[in-house]
Design a protein around this ligand. Structure first.
Ligand code: FBP
Length: 551
């Protein structure tokens, strides 16, 4: 296989570990902290997790280890959407296992959770793993979105684990996958199998975070990749001075990516889904806001601009949220009848006949392309696939219509030419930034220590991230601590609470304080490409979100 010069150079990069993880493993011990409670619905969650609820937070400190010395076989899976750094979680775990005992074994189950069910695996070796060090992607073993949640599935996993004498399984995933990790840990504990389950916080969306998990891995690199591209577009816009660029960025639900890119690039408009919901802004309110900014800039002779649209926006717009929820129920309930419909016209009649009057009106008001996109298959968790809904195009066409009306009334004298972009998949498999390379390697290495110390139902955590890696702290947090009860598909389910953008948090507050200026003036900043080599203040910087949050 031919490799690029950068890939070759990245093989040689030695990820930086926190000082505590650099110590001899025999000299790293568990320090127990407080007992934990789930973030809400404590009694219900305690009842659902009788064996793993309320465990203590732990951190690692320098002291003689009391971990039992035994040879370990560990299984690992990657779950959900790709995020830069996943390979390094695996290499960190592998290196720690081998450092502790050359006879330890790491098995990678292929294609996500289904690899565990189908017993498709690979045993990692030095040669194999060395080809993936510090690289992007999940291609080392692949990923998938199969849900691991039923007792029947757990029984199969137990058989597979027994076949390989697995001591532990590491699940690298987002909120849903880690929820499943906690349920699996509880099952194994209840069945007294002795098999441990450890989670690692992955998702470019940045919405798996809380007072202990400061950021999920991949967010840093994905945002830097999008910000490079957005900065380049800003410079093009400022050079050509003739287009309004509408850029949708990933983030299935929360707008963390959009906000981070805004902080890095200072575009004219950034929509934040959480704000839209809090202020109950309708689609027409949003379009009028955009048209106001376009008008204000045109009055200064600036008939160009850049707008960032979070992928999840559509689900935060109150009337669309109700529509999507009705559609989800309808498509689930009427699956058989719906699947027999011949074409889109028949689907349209069927759907509008069954929606509430208000939702049918919203559905009818949308362009046909968007209607079709709203009816596309749900993901395995029942979510609308927002990456496939072209909100950026919808906003361009609706803004153009409003500006046309304003022009006819003499209220808009400028010109408006919109171009659409979607930055999503471009950022998910980039070479991890130094931050993500170091963070992920540390998460994987730390996962080994959790296993070696007999812990289960814990998430691997590394904290203090706004400082350099040497000062980072390492430890574990019981996954049940992050849970609340949500009503999903007609049932109460324990799930990890998704972290949305906090409107009173420092990153949003800072954005809000600058927004008016960025709208009408041209304050673009150009982050440029991720730098892997060079001065630390260029190569090792964290996200603006993390810097502001930990200011
Ligand atoms: P995870 O939550 O699994 O990390 O995935 C995040 C994400 O990249 C979203 O931003 C995006 O909406 C979605 O995955 C796209 O999913 P798919 O890869 O299935 O198209």
């Amino acid at each position: 296989m031919s490799i690029s010069p950068l890939q070759k150079a990245r093989y040689e990069y030695r990820p930086k570990l926190p000082l505590i993880l650099q110590s001899d493993i025999a000299n790293v011990a568990v320090k127990y902290g407080k007992e934990t409670q789930s973030v809400s619905d404590q009694e219900k969650i305690r009842a659902m997790f009788p064996n793993t609820y309320g465990m203590k937070e732990i951190s690692f400190v320098n002291a003689p280890s009391s971990a039992e010395k035994k040879t370990l076989t560990v299984g690992v899976i990657l779950s959900g959407g790709q995020a830069p750094g996943g390979h390094n979680v695996i290499t960190g775990l592998y290196d720690a296992l081998k450092k502790a005992d050359r006879n330890n074994v790491l098995l990678g189950f292929k294609g996500g959770p289904s690899g565990l069910l189908d017993d498709k695996y690979v045993e990692f070796t030095d040669d194999f793993i060395n080809e993936y060090r510090n690289t992007g992607g999940f291609d080392i073993i692949g990923s998938g979105r199969t849900k691991l949640e039923t007792v029947e599935q757990f029984r199969v996993v137990r058989q597979v684990a027994a076949r390989h004498n697995l001591n532990a399984i590491v699940i690298i995933g987002g909120d849903d996958s880690n929820t499943n990790a906690a349920v699996l840990a509880e099952y194994f504990a209840a069945e007294k199998t002795g098999i441990q389950v450890i989670g690692c916080p992955k998702t470019i969306d940045g919405d798996l975070k809380n007072d202990v998990i400061e950021t999920s891995f991949g967010f840093d690199t994905a945002c830097k990749t999008y910000s490079e591209l957005i900065g380049n577009i800003e410079r093009d816009a400022n050079s050509a001075k003739k287009y309004w660029h509408f850029i949708k960025v990933m983030g299935r639900s929360a707008s963390h990516i959009a906000l981070e890119c805004a902080l890095e690039c200072q575009p004219n408009i950034t929509l934040v889904g959480e704000e839209v919901e809090a202020k109950k802004q309708s689609l027409s309110d949003i379009v009028n806001y955009i048209a106001d900014v376009v008008t204000a800039r045109s009055e200064r002779g600036l008939n160009y601009g850049v707008a960032i649209v979070p992928e999840g926006l559509i689900e935060f717009i109150p009337e669309v949220k109700v529509l999507i929820s009705e559609l989800n129920d309808l498509l689930a309930k009427e699956e058989a009848a719906y699947s027999r419909l011949a074409d889109f016209d028949a689907q349209f009649e069927f759907i509008t006949g069954k929606l509430s009057g208000a939702s049918a009106a919203v559905f009818r008001s949308l362009p046909a392309d968007i209607q079709k996109q709203l009816l596309m298959d749900r993901d395995p968790h029942g979510n609308v696939q927002v990456s496939r809904i072209e909100t950026e195009k919808l906003l361009i066409s609706m803004t153009a219509a409003v500006l046309k009306e304003r022009k006819e009334k003499g209220l808009f004298k400028g010109s408006f030419s919109g171009l659409n972009h979607f930055f999503g998949y471009e950022g998910r498999c980039a070479f991890p930034s130094n931050f993500d390379a170091d963070y992920c390697y540390s998460l994987g290495y730390n996962a080994f220590l959790l296993i070696a110390n007999g812990l289960t139902g814990y998430m691997s955590v590394v904290t203090g991230l706004s400082k350099g890696p040497a000062a980072w702290q390492a430890g574990g947090i019981p996954i049940t601590k992050m849970m609340n009860i949500e009503h999903r598909h007609g049932q109460d389910k324990p799930v990890i609470r998704k972290a949305l953008v906090e409107l009173d948090g420092k990153p949003f507050k800072y954005f809000e304080s600058q927004r008016k200026t960025w709208e009408v003036e041209t304050c673009y900043t150009f982050p440029g490409a991720i730098q892997y080599y060079g001065p630390a203040e260029v190569c090792d910087i964290t996200t603006r979100t993390l810097a502001l949050e930990q200011e």
